[in-house]
Design a binder for this molecule. Sequence first.
Ligand SMILES: *[C@@H]1O[C@H](CO)[C@@H](O)[C@H](O)[C@H]1NC(C)=O
Ligand SMILES: *[C@@H]1O[C@H](CO)[C@@H](O)[C@H](O)[C@H]1NC(C)=O
Ligand SMILES: *[C@@H]1O[C@H](CO)[C@@H](O)[C@H](O)[C@H]1NC(C)=O
Ligand SMILES: *[C@@H]1O[C@H](CO)[C@@H](O)[C@H](O)[C@H]1NC(C)=O
Ligand SMILES: *[C@@H]1O[C@H](CO)[C@@H](O)[C@H](O)[C@H]1NC(C)=O
Length: 323
Amino acid sequence: MCGKTTTLLLVLFTLLLTTSLSKDLCHKDDKNTLLKILKAMNISWVLEDDCCTWYSVDCDNANRVISLAISNIDVSGQIPPEVGDLSYLQTLVFRKLTNLTGQIPRTITKLKYLRSLRLSWTNLTGPVPGFLSELKNLQFVDLSFNDLTGSIPSSLSLLPNLLSLDLSRNKLTGSIPESFGSFPAKVPDLYLSHNQLSGYIPKTLGNLDFNRIDFSRNKLGGDASMLFGANKTTWYVDLSRNMFQFDLSRVVIPKTLGILDLNHNGITGNIPVQWTEAPLQFLNVSYNRLCGHIPTGGKLQEFDSYSYFHNKCLCGAPLDSCK
Ligand SMILES: *[C@@H]1O[C@H](CO)[C@@H](O)[C@H](O)[C@H]1NC(C)=O
Ligand SMILES: *[C@@H]1O[C@H](CO)[C@@H](O)[C@H](O)[C@H]1NC(C)=O
Ligand SMILES: *[C@@H]1O[C@H](CO)[C@@H](O)[C@H](O)[C@H]1NC(C)=O
Ligand SMILES: *[C@@H]1O[C@H](CO)[C@@H](O)[C@H](O)[C@H]1NC(C)=O
Ligand SMILES: *[C@@H]1O[C@H](CO)[C@@H](O)[C@H](O)[C@H]1NC(C)=O
């Protein structure tokens, strides 16, 4: 009799305890969704009840999942369409998952709070989806180190909060969209290197005050001088290994420019004296068709000959003196 009462009390107590504790458990919709996602990606983790405590998951105060970041593990399969059901997600990261294949699913457009989307170092294929422009809160988009093909969708310039766009190390073709000459608010950092982009840079990009631009290792040609200018506050410009052809002689660089790489292009003219005014920490103008005296002063003599060699007739320190 006494034993039975104790058991009953224990059961009641346990029930009370679990119901009160279950307030601290992650939202059951999110948990169900997460379990589906893990299953679809062939991830078998030993899991606690509360999915908010799972490695790679973060929740807000209401125990809704706001971040899912999976990297560096053995997964196979595609990005499950169910990720779109984590309605409160602000950060989605799939990184260094070599056997993650397939396309970026359209269901992610349901993630209306998404601020950061990083799908990089995976084997994703298909296009950079134009539908990303529907995610109005996106600030960071990193789709680098994949096998994405096709051209860059012009609609990405509609993202009102974009701070950084990294599409480098894919197989993108076509030209840089004309629309990239105007972004609604801040001008984002643009990383488009190691693709097969071709054509000319839209002239309108000259109106923008970029902080960082990396267009290196593409097949871009023509003029890129509009990217520079005295009134800009640009810090980083890498245009190396393209087919740019323009006259450097009248290119005024921003007084903020720290990194400038122009190596392996068809750039002509000479290095302007004004360049001695920039706080350059890295400079490479090698393998172009430059000529004339390297101006003396500023940072320009702090680089060795490998920053200047293989030009048409560039001379003066650190190269041989001019004849
Ligand atoms: C990827 O898949 C291949 C076979 O499809 C397998 O041999 C390899 O171990 C997998 N690698 C990882 C990191 O999962
Ligand atoms: C998940 O693993 C199972 C068993 O190892 C395998 O049959 C299945 O093809 C895998 N799923 C994916 C999407 O790779
Ligand atoms: C994934 O990409 C790596 C590197 O590009 C490649 O070696 C590997 O074969 C790819 N794996 C699959 C499953 O596509
Ligand atoms: C740069 O700014 C100066 C004044 O600060 C202005 O006179 C000049 O027109 C500007 N140049 C350009 C190209 O915007
Ligand atoms: C500049 O680029 C050339 C060509 O890629 C390279 O050989 C050289 O080492 C680079 N110089 C510096 C300082 O990085």
